[in-house]
Design a protein around this ligand. Structure first.
Ligand code: SF4
Length: 301
C-alpha cells in the first residue's frame, strides 16, 4: 500500500451535514489556490506519498480540482482519489473530465437507504438521487468506487438495506464509519449519535451480506469488543500510513494522532486481549455515553 496524503483543497461545501467534522471552517478559511495545492502536492510527493486523496469539505466545488488532479498525475502520484459528498458525480461531463485528468478512484458518501434519510441529514433536497446517479455514471465507466457512510441515529436501522443497495450497484468497496463527535456532530450530538450497542445488530447484517457477495466492506471507529467474529472488517487494521494537510495544521502520521490524541481507552482495557491492537473509540464517545458498553475480551474468538 502506498503512503497517502489527505489534502484538503477547499473549505466550502454544497451540503450542510448534521454530523460534519469540519464545523465552521467554511466561515473562517478561504479556498486554497492552485499554486498552494500544487506546492502541497510537491512537498508530500517528496515526503514519499504516492497516493493522494483530494478532500475538503467538498473538493468538487473547487474550480481548479481538475488541474490539481492533472498536476498530481504528471508529478507521479499513482493513486488519486476524490473523496466527495458525491453530488457532482451526477454530472457526466464532469466525471469524464476527472477521469481524463487522472483520477483512479472515487469516494462518494451516502448516509441512508431512503432518500429522505440522506437528504434530511445533509440538508440538500435531491442529494441522495444525485449520489446514486453519480455511482451509476461511474460504474458505466468501469471506475473504482469506494463508498463511505457515516453511522448516525437517523440511519443505523437502514444499514443492511443500504449495504444491499450498494451491492446491487456493484460498488467495489464500502465502509460504515461511526460518527465522530466533533464540530457539527458535537453540537447535534443528542440527535445524531447512536449507542454502539444499538447499531451492532444492523452492522453485523450488513457485513454478512457484503461477505456473502464478495464485496470489500469495513467499519471504522468500532472497537474490537463490538466486533468479535468480525475483526476482519476493522478498517483501522488496513489503513495506509497517512499524512493529513488540513487548514491550520499538518499531521505527519494520522495513526499516531489516533493512538495518542483522537481515541481513548479505559483502565479496564488493560485486561482485554485486544488491548495492544485496539485503538479504542473516539474519545468523545465515552464522554457522552460512558464506558458501560465496553467489555474487555477475555477469550480469543
Ligand atoms: S481494549 Fe478496550 S475498547 Fe478495545 S476491545 Fe478491549 S475493551 Fe474494547
Amino acid at each position: 500500500m502506498y503512503k497517502r496524503a489527505d489534502v484538503k483543497v477547499w473549505f466550502a461545501c454544497n451540503n450542510l451535514c448534521d454530523f460534519c467534522v469540519q464545523g465552521d471552517k467554511r466561515f473562517r478559511y478561504k479556498q486554497r489556490t492552485l499554486p498552494e495545492i500544487t506546492q502541497i502536492l510537491d512537498e508530500e510527493y517528496k515526503n514519499g506519498c504516492l497516493w493522494v486523496v483530494f478532500t475538503g469539505w467538498e473538493p468538487t466545488v473547487h474550480p481548479n480540482l481538475i488541474e490539481a488532479v492533472r498536476y498530481a498525475k504528471n508529478l507521479g502520484y499513482l493513486q488519486i482519489q476524490i473523496q466527495s459528498n458525491g453530488r457532482n458525480f451526477a454530472k457526466e461531463v464532469y466525471v469524464d473530465a476527472l477521469i481524463e485528468a487522472g483520477v483512479t478512484e472515487f469516494g462518494p458518501s451516502i448516509h441512508g437507504f431512503h432518500p429522505s434519510t440522506h437528504d434530511s441529514q445533509v440538508h440538500a433536497d435531491g442529494a441522495w438521487e444525485e449520489v446514486i446517479r453519480g455511482i451509476v455514471h461511474l460504474k458505466k465507466r468501469w471506475q473504482m468506487i469506494v463508498i463511505n457512510s457515516v453511522i448516525t441515529q437517523s440511519n443505523y436501522q437502514e444499514i443492511p438495506e443500504l449495504a444491499a443497495l450498494l451491492i446491487r450497484l456493484w460498488v467495489q468497496q464500502f465502509q460504515f464509519a461511526f460518527v465522530h463527535i466533533l464540530w457539527s456532530a458535537e453540537v447535534n450530538k443528542e440527535t445524531v449519535v447512536p449507542r454502539k450497542t444499538d447499531i451492532m445488530p444492523y452492522v453485523y447484517k450488513a457485513l454478512d451480506l457484503a461477505k456473502k457477495h464478495w464485496v470489500l466492506v469495513f467499519t471504522e471507529a468500532i472497537p474490537y469488543c463490538f466486533m468479535q467474529w468480525y475483526e476482519w472488517a476493522i478498517a483501522e487494521n488496513m489503513m495506509p500510513e497517512t499524512t493529513v494537510v488540513d487548514a491550520e495544521y499538518r499531521t505527519e502520521n494520522y495513526e499516531d494522532y489516533r493512538w495518542s490524541e483522537g481515541k481513548a481507552k479505559h483502565e479496564k482495557c488493560v485486561t482485554c486481549l485486544k488491548n495492544s491492537v485496539c485503538e479504542g473509540p473516539w474519545k468523545e464517545y465515552p464522554e457522552l455515553y460512558s464506558w458501560d458498553e465496553f467489555h474487555p475480551i477475555t477469550e480469543e474468538t
